[in-house]
Ligand binder design. Structure first.
Ligand SMILES: [Zn+2]
Length: 167
């Protein structure tokens, strides 16, 4: 995603501010914070969706008079859909998804404690956003659908799909 769009998210939502840059992590000799290192590893068409997800997450904290403690670990496209990996302090980051070699379906695992209603609401928002990404063109943000017949599985609108077929 374009740097200016990533910056816009970081400016609006404290929890979207990258914590450690790729350079800082390289100096330490290990990449542990993929979001800090690579930002949003998807195309610009999902910016509005990400913005909406972040606004909903922020609203959950606001409603509970809490400072957001969510830690963003990785934001990327996988098999044509958005993956928004995160955890909460004190949680073991653990496994975020079981992806079967060769393609979907995969099993998504959400962090947090079942009895914690904030964690539960955030898991629901993230699940909603990840599902919704399958209906939004990743390139331009217009209504799209999952395209299974390109080199990679992608969610694209008709125009971007036609272009991708010619590439
Ligand atoms: Zn498009």
């Amino acid at each position: 995603m374009k740097k200016e769009l990533e910056d816009a998210l970081a400016e609006k939502y404290e929890f979207m501010k990258p914590k450690t840059s790729l350079q800082q992590q390289k100096k330490k000799g290990c990449i542990h914070d993929l979001y800090g290192a690579f930002g949003c590893e998807c195309s610009d068409g999902w910016y509005d969706l990400l913005n909406e997800m972040c606004a909903k997450i922020q609203a959950v904290y606001d409603k509970n008079n809490m400072e957001p403690d969510i830690v963003i670990l990785q934001v990327k496209e996988k098999w044509g859909k958005l993956r928004f990996y995160y955890h909460f302090p004190g949680d073991n980051p653990g496994i975020h998804a079981f992806d079967i070699l060769g393609g979907p379906p995969s099993l998504r695992i959400h962090p947090g404690k079942k009895e914690n209603h904030i964690h539960k609401e955030i898991a629901e928002i993230v699940a909603w956003g990840e599902k919704r990404s399958g209906e939004i063109c990743e390139k331009c943000g217009k209504p799209g659908k999952l395209r299974n017949d390109l080199i990679y599985i992608l969610t694209l609108c008709d125009d971007c799909y036609e272009k991708a077929k010619k590439e």
